[in-house]
Design a protein around this ligand. Structure first.
Ligand code: ADP
Ligand code: MG
Length: 649
C-alpha cells in the first residue's frame, strides 16, 4: 500500500524468478511482498505481521530462493509451518517460484508421513526444507536432518503454531540450528509469547506490518442468513443453486461428524462434495484438496483445523454453515476464498441467538455483513430454466447433431407431430430429475418460509427455559381430538385436518422425548411439520410440545402406528436426529428402518424423495447434461440413478 513498487523486477529479483512469477501470473507485488523482499534480500531479520491471504509465502520464499546456491545440495533454508497442509502448500509454492532454477529441490516433512520415505528423501538432499515443528525436531534428534549449513529460518504462521501448542518445539529447534542465520517470523497476530520469541531469537528485526482488513478481506463479499423457518440444509442447497459465479465452495461446520454427515447429504443431492477433517489420514486429505483444485470436487465440508491455510483459487464461496467460535476463526475461514486477486463470497448462517457474534465479527473486521435474501423455490426454478436454456443453446452451438436431427425427423414422420412438440417432449424428459417447474402451492408456502414470518422470529427469540407451547387448536385427549375435527373459527374443514392419515379417535396421548431443542433452533412449528409429514399423520394428532434447551417433548397418540414411529426414528430437525422415544417408562424398541430419504425437513413439508444427481446450480457449461438431476429436492419426482462423483482418475 505504502510502497511505490509496481513490478517484481524493481525488487531486484533475478531473471529465473521473474520468469516464474510471470508464469504463475503475478503482476505486481502485494504490500507485504513489496516491503519484505528488499529487507530479506539485504539479510535483515524480519518480523512480519499480515492477515492471511496477503501473499506472505512469496514474501519470504522469493528472497530465500534468490540466495540459494543450487550447486550445494544441503539444506540452506528451513521454513516451519503449523500444519502438514501448509507445509505442502509452501513447498508447492517454492517449487513454482523456482521453476526456472534447474536442480532446485524442496522437501516438505511432516508428521503422518512415513519416516522411511522422508529419510530417503533427506538422504537425496534438498535445498529448502519445509516442515512441521514436531517432525523437524524428530529428524534433528535422529540426526537425519543436518541443518549445520542453514542460512535462513522462516517461522510461518507463528501465532498458529503457538495456538496449536508447538511453541516449545519451535524454541527447541531455534536452539539447535546455527545461530549465524537470518530469521524471519510471520504471524497474523502478535501475541505476547510470539513477541517474546521474536525478541529472544531475532537479531534487530525489521518490523513490517500490513494493516488488517486490507484488500483481501474487502475483496470478499460477506452476507449472512438468519436461520429461521427453513432447514439449514435446504437453505444451503437453494443458495447454491441460485448463487452467481459459484465455482467451488468450502463449507465450514464445527465437528468432524458434521463434515461427514453434510458431505453425505450433499452427495445424495448430487453435489460433488467431500468431507475434510482431522480424522482423515494425510493421503486422503491431500486427495480431497487436490480434487477440489482440479474440479473433481466442487464442495469441501471442513472443520476449521483441517481447512486452515488451504489455497485453492477456484474456491469462490465460503459458507459458514455453523458459525465460528471466534472472529479469528471467521477471518481464517473466509480467507479461503478471494484468493490470488479474485473476488470471493462468504455466507454465514446465524441463528438468532448468535446474532451478537455476527455483530462482533462486523466490528472487528470493520466490514459490513449484509443480510441475504434466501432464494425462494420459484427462484430456484427460474434459475433452472435459465440454465436449461443456456445448456440447449450451448449444445446447438457445439454442433454435431445431424444424427439426432435425423431421429427427430423420424419422430415427426412416425408420430405425425411437429418438431416443436418433439422438442417439448424432450425438454420434459430431460428435466424430470431436475424439474423446471414446481407445483403452485409449493411456491406459495416456500415463499413465506423464505421471507421468514415475523411471528416465527419472535418464537425463536423467546428466552425462557422449557417453555410450553399449548397447541390450543390441537387435542390433548380423545375428546378434544373429536372436537377439533369440527371446523372452528370459520376455517375450512380440510385446512384444519391437513394432510396425513386419520387415526380416528384417540384414547390416550403419550409423551415422547426428541433430542432437538431450542439450542438446535427447533420451533414447535418445525416439530409439528416434521412429525406430521414423516409419520404421515394429521397434525391435529400432535399434542403438547414443550421446548427445552437440548430436547423437547411432544405428545402423540398411544395408537400411533408402528411404521409412523419407525419413520420418526429416522428423521432430523435442523440436522439433529430426533432419536424419538417414549417417556412412559417402557422404552420402544424399534429397529430403525433403512434410510428412506436424505433427511431434510423443508419447512412444513419434507419431500420424501430427493432428486439426487446433477450439480445443483454450479453454472458450468453442460452441467446437468452429463449429470442430470439434483438440487433442491422438488417433491414428487422419482430420483434418477445416483451420479458418480468423479473421484481419483
Ligand atoms: P498468506 O500466506 O499471506 O495467507 P499466500 O502466500 O498463501 O498468502 O497467498 C495467497 C494467494 O495469493 C495465493 O493464491 C498466491 O498464489 C496469491 N498471490 C501471492 N502473491 C501474489 C501476487 N503478487 N499477485 C497475485 N497473486 C498473488
Ligand atoms: Mg501463508
Amino acid at each position: 500500500m505504502t510502497s511505490s513498487v509496481d513490478t517484481f523486477a524493481q525488487l531486484g529479483l533475478s531473471e529465473p524468478i521473474l520468469q516464474a512469477l510471470s508464469d504463475v501470473g503475478y503482476e505486481t507485488p502485494s504490500s507485504i511482498q513489496a516491503e519484505c523482499i528488499p529487507l530479506l534480500m539485504e539479510g535483515k531479520d524480519l518480523l512480519g505481521m499480515a492477515q492471511t491471504g496477503t501473499g506472505k509465502t512469496a514474501a519470504f520464499a522469493l528472497p530465500l530462493l534468490q540466495k540459494l546456491d543450487v550447486s550445494q545440495r544441503f539444506p540452506q533454508a528451513l521454513v516451519l509451518a503449523p500444519t502438514r497442509e501448509l507445509a505442502i502448500q509452501v513447498a508447492e509454492a517454492c517449487q513454482k517460484y523456482a521453476k526456472h532454477m534447474p536442480g532446485f529441490h524442496v522437501l516438505p516433512i511432516y508428521g503422518g508421513q512415513s519416516l522411511g520415505i522422508q529419510l530417503k528423501q533427506l538422504q537425496r538432499g534438498a535445498h529448502v526444507i519445509i516442515g512441521t515443528p514436531g517432525r523437524v525436531m524428530d529428524h534433528l534428534e535422529r540426526k537425519s536432518l543436518d541443518l549445520s549449513q542453514l542460512k535462513t529460518l522462516v517461522l510461518d504462521e507463528a501465532d498458529e503454531m503457538l495456538r496449536m501448542g508447538f511453541i516449545d518445539d519451535v524454541e527447541w529447534i531455534l536452539e539447535h540450528i546455527p545461530a549465524e542465520r537470518q530469521t524471519a517470523l510471520f504471524s497474523a497476530t502478535m501475541p505476547e509469547q510470539i513477541r517474546r520469541v521474536a525478541q529472544k531469537y531475532l537479531r534487530d528485526p525489521q518490523e513490517v506490518k500490513i494493516k488488517a482488513a486490507t484488500s483481501t478481506v474487502s475483496a470478499i463479499q460477506q452476507r449472512y442468513w438468519q436461520v429461521s423457518g427453513l432447514h439449514k440444509l435446504d437453505a444451503l442447497t437453494r443458495i447454491m443453486e441460485v448463487e452467481d459465479s459459484l465455482d467451488a465452495a468450502i463449507i465450514f461446520v464445527r465437528t468432524k461428524t458434521a463434515t461427514e454427515e453434510l458431505a453425505q447429504k450433499l452427495e445424495a443431492r448430487g453435489y460433488a462434495a467431500a468431507a475434510l477433517n482431522g480424522d482423515m489420514n494425510q493421503a486422503n486429505r491431500e486427495r480431497v484438496i487436490e480434487q477440489l483444485k482440479s474440479g473433481g470436487l466442487d464442495i469441501v465440508i471442513a472443520t476449521d483445523v483441517a481447512a486452515r491455510g488451504i489455497d485453492v483459487p477456484r474456491v469462490s464461496h465460503v459458507i459458514n454453515y455453523d458459525i465460528p467460535y471466534d472472529v479469528e476463526a471467521y477471518v481464517h475461514r473466509i480467507g479461503r476464498t478471494g484468493r490470488a486477486g479474485r473476488t470471493g463470497t462468504a455466507i454465514l448462517f446465524v441463528s438468532p441467538r448468535e446474532m451478537r457474534m455476527l455483530r462482533t465479527i462486523e466490528r472487528v473486521t470493520r466490514q459490513n455483513i449484509s443480510p441475504l435474501r434466501l432464494p425462494t423455490k420459484q427462484d430456484v426454478a427460474d434459475r433452472r430454466v435459465t440454465q436449461f436454456k443456456q445448456q440447449i443453446i450451448k449444445t446447438l452451438e457445439a454442433g454435431e447433431l445431424s444424427f439426432f436431427e435425423e431421429v427427430v425427423t423420424q419422430i415427426e414422420e412416425e408420430a405425425n407431430v411437429g418438431a416443436h412438440e418433439v422438442a417439448a417432449a424432450l425438454a420434459f424428459l430431460v428435466q424430470k430429475s431436475r424439474p423446471l417447474q414446481m407445483p403452485e402451492k409449493e411456491v406459495r408456502s416456500f415463499e413465506s418460509d423464505a421471507e421468514g414470518r415475523p411471528e416465527r422470529k419472535e418464537r425463536f427469540e423467546r428466552p425462557e427455559r422449557g417453555e410450553r407451547f399449548e397447541r390450543k387448536d390441537r387435542p390433548e385427549r380423545a375428546d378434544r381430538a373429536e372436537r377439533t375435527e369440527r371446523p372452528d373459527r370459520g376455517e375450512r374443514p380440510d385446512a384444519k385436518k391437513g394432510k396425513g392419515r386419520d387415526l380416528g379417535n384417540v384414547a390416550n396421548m403419550v409423551r415422547y422425548r426428541i433430542e432437538v431443542g431450542r439450542n438446535q433452533g427447533a420451533t414447535p412449528k418445525d416439530i409439528v411439520g416434521c412429525i406430521a409429514n414423516e409419520a404421515d399423520i394429521q397434525s391435529r394428532y400432535i399434542g403438547h410440545i414443550a421446548l427445552f434447551d437440548e430436547y423437547s417433548t411432544v405428545e402423540l397418540p398411544d395408537s400411533l402406528p408402528k411404521d409412523a414411529l419407525m419413520m420418526l426414528k429416522e428423521v432430523e430437525i435442523k440436522q439433529c436426529p430426533l432419536l424419538i422415544h417414549r417417556l412412559d417408562g417402557e422404552s420402544e424398541v424399534i429397529a430403525p428402518p433403512r434410510r428412506k430419504w436424505g433427511g431434510d425437513v423443508d419447512g412444513n413439508r419434507a419431500p420424501r424423495s430427493n432428486a439426487p444427481g446433477g450439480k445443483g446450480g454450479f453454472s458450468k457449461p453442460g452441467f446437468g447434461n452429463k449429470k442430470p438431476g439434483g438440487g433442491g429436492g422438488f417433491g414428487g419426482n422419482k430420483p434418477p440413478a445416483k451420479r458418480r462423483t468423479p473421484r481419483e482418475g
